[in-house]
Design a protein around this ligand. Structure first.
Ligand SMILES: *Cc1c(COP(=O)(O)O)cnc(C)c1O
Length: 352
């Protein structure tokens, strides 16, 4: 820390992104990216858009907003876009949590970081012993609620009905549902938007739409809430979604068949991975996301993580007591998963 940093930021613990190593070639199963490239149409759109990079991008992202509104069946005034959903989440913590925020104790690691950054009191609710969320814990909170559904890193999902009760039981609080993984098997809350003005759904192009490096996320919600988010955006960075990314987003929405096909492959591979790990003695919850969360009865989580790394496979381990025996393994290609299972079998053989 330099002597120049505002002292209020001194105690801040920043979010630790999953490694993106460049030193050697790993089988990369640690940050839940899609293991397939963007569609050809998206790559073409990026090339075309690059030719206008001398100009500022459209700060309203009008064409993209309009394509998203059509895709999700909402009005254009119900859509706000951001530089990844992380930025959208940042605006939500920055602007809508005056009475505090309620988050699951085990969830996306960025939530507590934003809470600290904006000096918001965060109430962290424990998961049930099976690592699921009990929706009743979130009733009558009178604070902003942020829940990832499906949750990360567990992969477990609440049903739309369960979320609807959280909305009903918190009529004067904003309920933000982070649907980063919904395309892989969750029930989206988008159909509830017309009924609940306190619902905000946050989504991203980083996972099911193979655009993690493009940084594109968005929120769907009531026009007044969306206008507030845009006010914060115009007070921070009006050009938050660049020209190339806007074009890629539009093209990705048009290439629905391509992405649906990849998502189906990921879901099939997830089953192979789940079955394979269970056969090797792992406890694996039924994931609704593009990763699985697995623990072994005799091989400690950290040891498995390290052994995989030494064999050239990256997964994600969290140094958090409740889940220290688990690893989060992204669903890669069928070939990558086959390799992971082979290596895992060898690791287990060696620790016997
Ligand atoms: C990956 C992820 C995000 C962030 O996605 P970006 O759009 O890449 O910023 C948000 N929420 C959850 C739960 C995630 O896992």
């Amino acid at each position: 820390m330099s002597e120049f940093l505002n002292s209020k930021y001194a105690p801040l613990t920043a979010y630790t992104p999953g490694e993106q190593p460049r030193d050697r070639k790993y089988i990369k199963l640690n940050t839940n990216e899609l293991p397939y490239p963007p569609s050809d149409a998206v790559i073409e759109a990026a090339k075309r858009a690059a030719g206008t990079l001398n100009l500022y991008c459209d700060p309203t992202a009008k064409a993209l907003v309009s394509a998203l509104a059509e895709r999700y069946g909402v009005g254009e005034d119900c859509v706000a876009v951001g530089n990844g959903s992380d930025e959208v989440l940042s605006f939500i913590f920055m602007g809508f949590c005056e009475r505090g925020v309620v988050i699951p104790e085990i969830s996306y690691g960025f939530y507590p970081v934003y809470a600290d950054l904006y000096r918001i009191n965060a109430e962290k609710l424990p998961l049930l012993p099976d690592l699921s969320i009990d929706p009743r814990d979130y009733y009558g909170k009178n604070k902003t609620i942020v829940i990832a559904n499906p949750n990360a890193p567990t992969g477990l999902a609440l049903s739309r009905d369960q979320i609807e009760y959280i909305l009903i039981e918190n009529p004067s609080s904003l309920v933000c549902i982070d649907e980063a993984y919904v395309d892989f098997g969750g029930e989206s809350c988008v159909p509830l938007l017309s009924k609940y003005k306190n619902l905000l759904v946050v989504m991203t192009f980083s996972k099911s739409r193979a655009l993690a490096g493009g940084r594109l996320g968005f929120a769907l919600g009531a026009p007044s809430v969306i206008a507030d988010i845009n006010k914060l955006k115009y007070s921070t960075n009006p050009y938050n979604v660049n020209t190339v990314t806007q074009a890629c987003g539009i093209a990705a929405l048009s290439a629905r068949e391509y992405y649906d096909g990849k998502v189906e492959t990921v879901k099939r591979t997830r089953q192979t991975l789940t079955d394979g790990l269970r056969r090797l003695g792992f406890t694996v919850a039924d994931s609704a996301a593009n990763f699985v969360f697995a623990a072994h009865e005799t091989l400690p989580g950290r040891a498995y993580f390290t052994a995989l790394r030494e064999s050239g496979v990256l997964v994600r381990h969290f140094n958090v007591p409740e889940i220290e025996n688990y690893n989060r393994i992204s669903v890669g290609t069928p070939e990558e998963i086959e390799k992971l299972l082979e290596i895992t079998e060898k690791i287990l053989y060696n620790v016997r």
